[in-house]
Unconditional design. Structure first.
Length: 343
């Protein structure tokens, strides 16, 4: 390999107003220097696009710093070490990191932890892209949300919004493993069919075809909802509040219906239900629960091996398609995890 490596990367050109467009991104080429002592050169093979990235495109303080104009975006990626001058990591090792949206990167050992670098030992029967979905952040988010935040118990009644997405579909199946009654929402009949026939949840409905969420949930949950795994917000959140069981728990993971709003959205109108029904509503950031990751990986690998977890993904080919993949995510064009295959 030549000393200088050319890497295509996706930079933030401007901050979007409302839904992002291609004009907000720049596809650029960067030359990487020679690898120095203690460093590694990684070629990304797959990268992830995720809903939370929309918030990082805004210029405002959040739980995680905004993307900088003129610099590459970042996100979860899985790659292979193609050159190493580090005694702890070998050439040919597979790694996950937070340095997506670029084909290659060089990393010094002092930056391994901030960059989320982790050496993985992939199972030959599981595609590497699974480390961006069921074995990666979405799967871990579902796991933490249900057990640590939602305090899920065997046999409870569970409602999951955006249930055909990467997080939602995993949450649904984990709840089924715990012998729960599980209902999910999705944005197409194809996704509803997959949830019922492949993910084997008890019921699902296409939210675009339901005029009254409140009555639909009342019909599906005779005894009320014990755990609501929230990914959407808006009218669905209001309906869930009305149909929670006493002492129910609401796991606030995401509000994708509001990410591209240009002004605040009022509501929910019925927050008094939290008091009336003694509901717990708790938001969380998965990075705060890293201590649970070894147990998550152990459990998830066992469930996959036993055939109890299935997953779907939408794959775009090539780094140049990464901006379109991120845009399409907010229009619901993904089925399961949205992934970009780089090499």
């Amino acid at each position: 390999m030549a000393n200088m490596v050319k890497s295509t990367e996706i930079r933030l050109k401007s901050r979007p107003t409302g839904y992002p467009t291609m004009d907000n991104f720049e596809i650029a080429s960067a030359e990487l220097p020679e690898v120095k002592e203690g460093q590694i050169l990684v070629q990304n093979l797959y990268m992830s696009v995720d809903p939370y990235m929309r918030g990082r495109m805004n210029n405002q303080e959040s739980y995680i710093e905004p993307f900088k104009i003129g610099e590459p975006l970042n996100g979860d990626a899985v790659g292979v070490v193609v050159k190493s001058k580090n005694s702890d990591i070998k050439e040919g090792d597979y790694v996950t990191s937070l340095l997506g949206f670029r084909e290659y990167f060089i990393l010094d050992q002092s930056n391994f932890k901030p960059a989320g670098l982790e050496v993985i030992k992939p199972n030959k029967d599981i595609d590497l892209s699974a480390y961006l979905s069921v074995l990666g952040m979405p799967g871990f988010t579902a796991y933490v949300g249900l057990f640590e935040i939602g305090a899920l118990q065997e046999g409870e009644d569970v409602f999951v919004s955006a249930a055909a997405g990467a997080v939602g579909s995993t949450a649904c199946q984990i709840a089924k493993i715990k012998n729960c009654y599980v209902v999910g929402t999705a944005g197409s009949n194809e996704k509803v069919d997959w949830l019922i026939n492949e993910a084997k949840i008890d019921n699902a409905f296409n939210y675009k075809e339901v005029s009254n969420y409140n009555s639909k949930l009342r019909e599906l949950f005779n005894n009320g909802i014990d755990v609501y795994y929230e990914n959407v917000g808006g009218k669905l959140l209001e309906a869930a509040l009305n149909n929670m069981d006493t002492y129910g728990r609401m796991v606030m993971c995401g509000l994708i219906s509001q990410y591209n709003n240009t002004k605040p959205e009022p509501g929910p109108y019925n927050l008094f239900k939290i008091i009336e029904k003694r509901i717990s509503m708790r938001g969380f950031i998965v990075f705060d629960h890293i201590k649970l990751k070894p147990q998550f990986r152990k459990d998830m690998q066992e469930w996959i091996k036993a055939g109890r977890i299935k997953w779907k993904q939408t794959v775009y080919e090539g780094i140049n398609k990464a901006p379109q993949a991120l845009i399409d995510l907010f229009y619901g064009k993904n089925f399961g995890k949205m992934v970009v295959k780089l090499a």
